[in-house]
Design a protein around this ligand. Structure first.
Ligand code: SF4
Ligand code: SF4
Length: 390
């Protein structure tokens, strides 16, 4: 890391400090224009209130609140909760759960700042200007990535709670379409915000700024189970599972299968609850434990097998403005980047596959190529100068 820093050109140092300043400004703006929050708690509501009285204050539709109370979503919204047979405990549980999904607006600014920093590091700073391939071991040191992941877990996770997050933005969009949230405009903008942060650099929001993604990544960095880490499950299997779960989620949510219209199956395994220390439901506790334990030997199991945002952003990944690109005129197919990549992504790029695995912009492949055929660069740009070839 120290050598990398010393090797940076004057221009890159300016980029570094300019980027840090821009990140600070973005977060400062977020703090300044953070809207005042109305203090709402479970104690603000009574059993004499109806669903129609309470739902708007919680920012959900009557259907969503009925579902949260484990009632039929078509139940009368005018009757008091007492008449509907709801107990104090059930009311409190439902309100607390919905409040835990309330967006903390400052997090949007933190996500944007982190993605900006990550992008500049990947495109402009990771590889010192005028260094050649003999110095590649100093390119893209792990420390900036690890520090960003830790900041992500702390600030996009534990400090400000689970909402918003990319996975939730995708789920909320479909819940809004199903009539469970009242404000389609804001939910669509929130989803598009995360999607934009996913395509500005290849899945960069997932790779660098999603709190549960970061937690999995940090655990994966721990140097244990190295043999297991070399084994990868083929992308067609992981993506098929992820796609099938996504389609089943939609079919149940819209009531096309089963009798629980409005139900979101991800709710039972939502690991982002960890950031609110809300692990009361056994299924969530088990899911969090599995995702985290598996991360010691397997890369991002949640992202590969389950996450709906992971699936949707994979569909859009081909539109990425910046990403890992390989110069096929130089590439000898030696497999160095394929071995470094925790997924099938580098392999698909080397083999020019039409359907490619997700790339999380994790940097692992960017300092292993012996002939400088791989770079993180803008779409369409040729990756290398032959003069750099060693
Ligand atoms: S794919 Fe992984 S990193 Fe991306 S939003 Fe989902 S959980 Fe987070
Ligand atoms: S190692 Fe794989 S996932 Fe990481 S940046 Fe390279 S291609 Fe993407």
């Amino acid at each position: 890391m120290r050598t990398w820093f010393k090797m940076l050109s004057k221009r890159q140092i300016q980029w570094l400090y300019g980027t840090l300043a821009a990140m600070a400004v973005i977060i400062l703006i977020g703090i300044i224009i953070q809207p005042e929050r109305e203090e709402v708690s479970a104690e603000s509501f009574y059993l004499d209130n109806s669903i129609a009285d309470i739902a708007p204050t919680l920012g959900v539709t009557g259907k969503a609140f009925a579902k949260e109370l484990k009632l039929d979503i078509e139940v009368s919204k005018k009757l008091s909760l007492r008449e509907l047979g709801i107990t104090e405990e059930e009311l409190q549980h439902a309100v607390e759960h919905l409040l835990s999904h309330e967006d903390t607006m400052i997090k949007y600014y933190i996500f944007a700042a982190l993605v900006l920093g990550a992008l500049i590091y990947l495109v402009r700073l990771g590889r010192p200007d005028n260094s050649d391939i003999r110095q590649k071991k100093h390119w893209y040191p792990n420390l900036p990535y690890l520090m960003t992941l830790i900041i992500t877990v702390i600030f996009c996770g534990f400090a400000f709670g689970k909402s918003p997050n990319p996975m939730e933005s995708a789920v909320k969009l479909f819940k809004t379409i199903a009539g469970l949230y009242p404000d389609p405009f804001f939910k669509t903008i929130a989803f598009l915000f995360f999607l934009l942060l996913a395509v500005v650099g290849s899945k960069i929001i997932c790779g660098w700024a999603c709190p549960f993604g970061a937690l999995q990544e940090l655990i994966y960095f721990i140097p244990v189970l190295k043999k297991l880490k070399k084994k990868k499950i083929p992308f067609w299997i992981t993506n098929t599972v992820r796609g099938i779960i996504f389609i089943i989620m939609l079919l149940i949510l819209f009531g096309l299968i089963g009798s629980r219209k409005g139900l979101v199956i991800y709710h039972y395994i939502n690991p982002f609850n960890l950031f609110n220390f809300d692990l009361e439901e056994n299924t969530i506790l088990i899911a969090v434990a599995i995702f985290l334990i598996v991360s010691f030997g397997f890369y991002r199991s949640l992202c590969q097998f389950i996450c709906p945002f992971g699936f949707i952003s994979w569909i859009f990944e081909r539109l990425s403005i910046f990403s890992v690109r390989i110069d096929h005129d130089l590439c000898t197919k030696c497999g160095a980047c394929i071995r470094a990549c925790p997924l099938d992504s580098a392999k698909a790029k080397v083999e020019k596959k039409k359907i490619q695995a997700d790339c999380f912009s994790c940097t692992r492949c960017l300092n292993v190529c012996l002939i400088d055929a791989i770079k993180y660069t803008i779409a369409g740009k040729h990756t290398c100068k032959k003069s750099n070839v060693f």
